[in-house]
Write a new protein. Sequence first.
Length: 327
Amino acid sequence: MHDLIQQLLLDSPFYQGAAILLVAIFMALLAPLPREYQAFYWFSQLAHSLSAKVARADRSPGQQRLAGSLSVLLLVLPFWLILSFLLELAAFPWFFECLFLYLCLCDEQFHKVAEETGQALERQDKQRARRLLSQWVYRDTRELSEVGMSKTTIEKLMTTSIYGTVATILFYAVGGAPLVLGARMIKQLEYTWPALNPQYREFGRPAYLLSYLIYWLPTLAWNFTLAIQGGPGALVQMLRPVKSPLPINNHLTTCALAAKVLDTELGGPQKFAGKRVDIARIGTGPKPTPHTISAALKLLRLSKGIWVLSVLLIPCLWAMLRLLAHA
C-alpha cells in the first residue's frame, strides 16, 4: 500500500494536468467572457493597428511577406516570453496555467452565438444575425443571405474546436500552457490577417502557413472525430482531402467532412471589404437552413464530448492500472 501511494504521488502532475484541463474547458463553456473583454480580441485589435501601418499594397509580394513574418515575430514573441516567464516565477503555476487555458478556449462560446443566430434566422431577423456573426468572423456579413449566414455559422462551429478544445488538450499534453498560448496567438493572427482577403493575400501568408503547420495534427484529429460519425463515406473522404489553390486548406477538409455528415452544402464566394473572392462550393446536399445549424450544434456537442470524456477517462484508467499492478 505504501508503494502504491508513493507511485500515485509520483503521478500527481499527470492527474493535476488533467484536472486543470477539465476546469479550464468547463469554465470556458459555462462562464465565458464577453467578446469585447477577451484577451485575444484585444490581441486582434493590436494586430489590426499594426497591419494598418505596415501592410501596404504598393510593396512587392516579397516585401509584404517579409513584413508579415516580422509582424508575427513582433506580436507573438514578446508577449509569449513574458507570459511563459510569469509561469516559471509563479508561486501557484497551476492557477496561471488554468487561466491561460481558459483564455485560449474563449472562442468555444461561439456555440451560444450560433444558437442565437439560428433563432434570429428562424424569426427572419437577418439584421440581428448579421450583427452576431460580424463580431466573430473576419469577412463581410452585411450582404449575407440566410443561406450565407447559415453556411458561415456552420463553418465557424465546425472549425472552432480545432484550435480550441482539441489543440488545447494535445498541446498541453506535449508542451504545457506555453505551447497552447503560443499556438493560439498564431492562430489569432491567421484569422485577423486572413490570406483569403486580397488586402492580406501576401502579408498574411506567413501566419497562414505557420498556423497550417502547427495545427496539422489537431485538424487531423478533429477531422477523424467528425468522420467516424459520418460512416465509411466520410472516412474515405477524410483520406482524400479536398484541395484548393486558395489559402483556405487549413479548414477546407473539415468543412467538407461537416457538409458530408450534415448532408448540406457549404463553401461558396466570400467578400472582404467589398471584394469578392470566389471559393468552390463543397458538399452535394441541399443548401443549409437554420435547422441545419441545430444539427451542426448536435454534431459539435457529441464530437467535443468525445474529447472531454477522453481527458476524464485516461487518468481514471491509468489509476486503475496502477491499482491492478499492486493488487
